[in-house]
Design a protein around this ligand. Structure first.
Ligand code: ADP
Ligand code: MG
Length: 600
C-alpha cells in the first residue's frame, strides 16, 4: 500500500488558519492595530472603505520592519514577541501568535510599506493570497503602512457570508473604540472613505472617553480606583442618572485587553442596585490589572472571554470600586435618607402642625370627591352615549366629530361603536363581540409593512423640509449613517454631509409628520442600534422596523374618529394584522358569549 498522508501546501494551511483569526474585516482591524500598538506607535490611523470589504488600511509610526523581517512577518508562526510568552496573559491569545499577518495575507491582497527609523529606505511588499508578487526598496514614512484590499477575494463563500456594510462597520467601530480606550496615550484617527470620523489626540483616559463618546460624558463620569494585593481596578463609571436603555457602552479590560464577562458585568451592575431601573445599563470603562498567574488560560483563544482563578475575589474588588465611585459622588440611598429628614422638618408649619399631615388630609378628601364624581358621571350618562361624552371633553375635536356624523352616509350602528379607551386602545364592535386594539402596536405594524415595501422598492416619497436641520451625531453613529445612506434615502429621508459628524436633514418620508426631522432621524439611528444588538435583523427590515417604532402613534395620543377608522382599516389591509413587528399581540376580541357569561 502506498503512503497517503501529505503535508498541506502552505497557502491552504494559511487559509485554514485564517478562518480562525480573520472572521470579518473587524478582526483584521483588531490584529493590525494591535501590531501597531505593539510596535510602539504614538499614532495609528485607520482607513476603511466599504466597511472594510474593499479596503482596510492601517498606518503607524512605530518601529517598522527590516526587509527580512517584513518578509518573515508573513510566515506563519513568525513573531518577534516570543519574550512575552512568559506573560501568561499573552499565552491566552497564543493561538494567534505569529499568525495574524500570514492569515490576512492568505485571504486578501496586501500591500506593506515599512521603514525602520534608522534606515533611509523602506521595503514595499505586495502579496496576494500568500503569493509574494513584489518586493522592493521604497521611500516611505517611518513606521508601517499596511493596505488590505478585497478581503476574502479568493474565498467567495466567506465573502458572501459577510453581513451588510453597516453591521460590518459597527464591528470595526467597536474594535476601534476598545483599542482607543485601552491606549489613550496613543493618538488614533479613523477615516471612512474620505470622511474623518475620529480624530483622537493622545491624552488621559477621561478625556479620551469624552473625545470618543461626546462632550455630554464630561459631567457624567465618576472615577473608580480600588486596589488589593492581587487586583487593581481603575477607570470610570457613568453616574446612575445617565444609565441608558441600550447596552453597548460597557467596557472591561483585563491587563489592557478588552474582555467580556457576564459575571463581572454583574459586579458593576449590582453596585448600582437601587440607583438605576432594571432595564438600564450604566456606562463604564474599567481596567483590571492582575498578575497573569491569577488568570486561567484554558479558554478558547478566539473568544474575548476569560476565567480568573479566584473569580469571587475579583468580583468583590470590582463591586467595591464601583460602589465607592458612585458613593463619593453623593449618590447612594443613604444620603437621600438624610435629605428626607430635612425635607420633613421644613414641612412643619408655624403652628407646629406638620404640613405633611395637612397635605395628606387635603389630598385624600380631593381624591375621595373626584372618585365620587366619576361614579356619578357613569350613572348620569345615557347608556348609548359614552363616546360622545368623551369627545365633548376634548373641545378641539368636537368639530371633527360633528362633521363626521353629519356626513351624508351615516355610520351604521356597528361603525358608530368605535371609541378610544384610556388614550391607548381602540374599542370597536365586531360581529362576534368587541374588539380591543392596541393603537401603538397597530400603527407600528401598518408603518412597518409600508416602510419595508418602500425601502425594498425604493419607492418612498420624500417631503422637503422648509428649513434643513443640522444634526450632529456621535462619530460612530455618523459613520453608520453614511454607510446606510442609500437605504435611509429609500425610506424617504434626504440629507447631506454638513461638516464633521454633522448632517443637514432636508427631507423626511412623506408619510410621517414633518417638523421633527431631527428627533425622528436620531430616533431611527438609536432604534437601529438597539435592534441590531438585540436582534441582528437584515438591514432593510431593521430600518423599516426602527422607523416604524419611532414614527408610530404612541400610547397616550388622542385620536379622532376618522383616525381610528383609518387605523383599523389599514391594519386589516396588512399582510399580518395580529402581531406587531416585535411580536406583541395587536388586538383581541372579547366574545359576546363571554360577555354574556358575566351576566348569568
Ligand atoms: P504577532 O503579532 O503575534 O507576533 P503577527 O502575524 O501579527 O504576529 O505579526 C508578525 C510579526 O510582524 C510581529 O511579531 C512583528 O514583529 C511584525 N509586525 C507586524 N506588524 C507590525 C507593525 N505594524 N510594525 C512593526 N512590526 C510589525
Ligand atoms: Mg499580531
Amino acid at each position: 500500500m502506498p503512503d497517503i498522508i501529505q503535508l498541506l501546501p502552505d497557502s491552504i494551511a494559511n487559509q485554514i488558519a485564517a478562518g480562525e483569526v480573520v472572521q470579518r474585516p473587524a478582526s483584521a482591524v483588531k490584529e493590525l492595530m494591535e501590531n501597531s500598538i505593539d510596535a510602539g506607535a504614538t499614532s495609528v490611523k485607520l482607513i476603511v472603505k466599504d466597511a472594510g470589504k474593499t479596503l482596510l488600511q492601517i498606518i503607524d509610526d512605530g518601529i517598522g520592519m527590516s526587509e527580512t523581517d517584513a518578509r518573515m512577518s508573513l510566515e506563519r508562526h513568525a513573531t518577534s514577541k516570543i519574550r512575552k510568552a512568559e506573560d501568561l496573559f499573552s499565552l491566552y491569545t497564543m493561538g494567534f501568535r505569529g499568525e495574524a499577518l500570514a492569515s490576512i495575507a492568505a485571504v486578501a491582497q496586501v500591500e506593506i510599506k515599512t521603514r525602520q527609523t534608522d534606515q533611509e529606505l523602506g521595503t514595499l511588499l505586495i502579496v496576494e493570497g500568500s503569493d509574494v508578487k513584489r518586493q522592493e526598496p521604497v521611500a516611505c514614512e517611518k513606521g508601517t503602512n499596511i493596505c488590505v484590499k478585497n478581503l476574502f477575494f479568493n474565498i467567495p463563500a466567506r465573502r458572501n457570508f459577510l453581513k451588510s456594510n453597516p453591521v460590518e462597520l459597527k464591528h470595526i467601530l467597536d474594535e476601534f473604540q476598545r483599542l482607543a480606550l485601552a491606549h489613550p496615550e496613543i493618538s488614533f484617527t479613523m477615516l471612512q472613505t474620505d470622511e474623518l470620523i475620529y480624530d483622537l489626540p493622545a491624552t488621559k483616559l477621561g478625556q479620551r472617553i469624552v473625545n470618543l463618546f461626546g462632550k455630554s460624558y464630561q459631567e457624567q463620569l465618576a472615577t473608580c480606583q480600588e486596589e488589593t494585593e492581587a487586583v487593581k481596578v481603575t477607570g470610570y463609571v457613568g453616574k446612575p442618572a445617565f444609565a441608558r436603555k441600550t447596552r453597548g457602552e460597557q467596557f472591561l479590560f483585563v491587563n489592557r485587553r478588552f474582555i467580556r464577562s457576564n459575571y463581572l458585568n454583574h459586579a458593576v451592575v449590582s453596585a448600582f442596585e437601587g440607583l438605576i431601573t432594571e432595564n438600564s445599563f450604566p456606562f463604564y470603562v474599567l481596567f483590571i490589572e492582575i498578575d497573569p498567574k491569577h488568570i486561567d488560560v484554558n479558554v478558547h483563544p478566539t473568544k474575548t472571554e476569560i476565567k480568573f482563578v479566584d473569580e469571587r475575589a475579583v468580583y468583590a474588588v470590582v463591586r467595591s470600586a464601583v460602589r465607592q465611585a458612585i458613593g463619593t459622588h453623593n449618590l447612594t440611598p443613604a444620603i437621600d435618607f438624610n435629605a428626607d429628614v430635612n425635607f420633613i422638618s421644613k414641612l412643619t408649619n408655624a403652628n407646629g402642625q406638620s404640613n405633611q399631615v395637612y397635605f395628606e388630609e387635603r389630598f385624600s378628601t380631593a381624591l375621595h370627591r373626584s372618585n365620587l364624581e366619576n361614579w356619578e358621571k357613569v350613572f348620569e350618562r345615557p347608556e348609548s352615549q359614552p363616546l360622545i361624552r368623551q369627545m365633548d371633553e376634548a373641545p378641539a375635536q368636537t368639530l371633527h366629530f360633528a362633521s363626521a356624523i353629519n356626513e351624508p352616509a351615516k355610520p351604521t350602528a356597528e361603525e358608530k361603536a368605535l371609541f378610544q379607551l384610556h388614550l391607548r386602545y381602540i374599542v370597536k364592535q365586531v360581529k362576534s363581540g368587541m374588539m380591543i386594539i392596541d393603537q401603538q402596536a397597530a400603527h407600528e405594524r401598518i408603518l412597518y409593512e409600508k416602510f419595508l415595501q418602500q425601502v425594498k422598492n425604493k419607492s418612498a416619497q420624500s417631503q422637503q423640509s422648509l428649513f434643513p436641520q443640522a444634526l450632529t451625531l456621535p462619530a460612530a453613529d455618523f459613520a453608520l449613517v453614511l454607510e446606510m445612506q442609500q437605504e435611509i434615502e429609500a425610506l424617504g429621508f434626504r440629507f447631506d454631509v454638513f461638516g464633521k459628524n454633522t448632517l443637514a436633514v432636508n427631507g423626511v418620508p412623506a408619510s410621517v409628520k414633518a417638523g421633527n426631522e431631527k428627533e425622528l432621524f436620531e430616533g431611527l439611528v438609536e432604534q437601529f442600534k438597539i435592534n441590531q444588538s438585540e436582534l441582528s435583523l437584515p438591514l432593510q427590515e431593521n430600518l423599516a422596523r426602527s422607523l416604524a417604532k419611532r414614527a408610530s402613534i404612541k400610547t397616550g395620543q388622542p385620536l379622532m374618529r376618522e383616525e381610528m377608522q383609518a387605523l383599523v382599516d389599514s391594519l386589516f389591509a396588512c399582510s399580518t394584522s395580529n402581531y406587531s413587528p416585535d411580536g406583541q399581540p395587536i388586538f383581541f376580541i372579547f366574545e359576546l358569549n363571554k360577555i354574556e357569561s358575566y351576566f348569568r
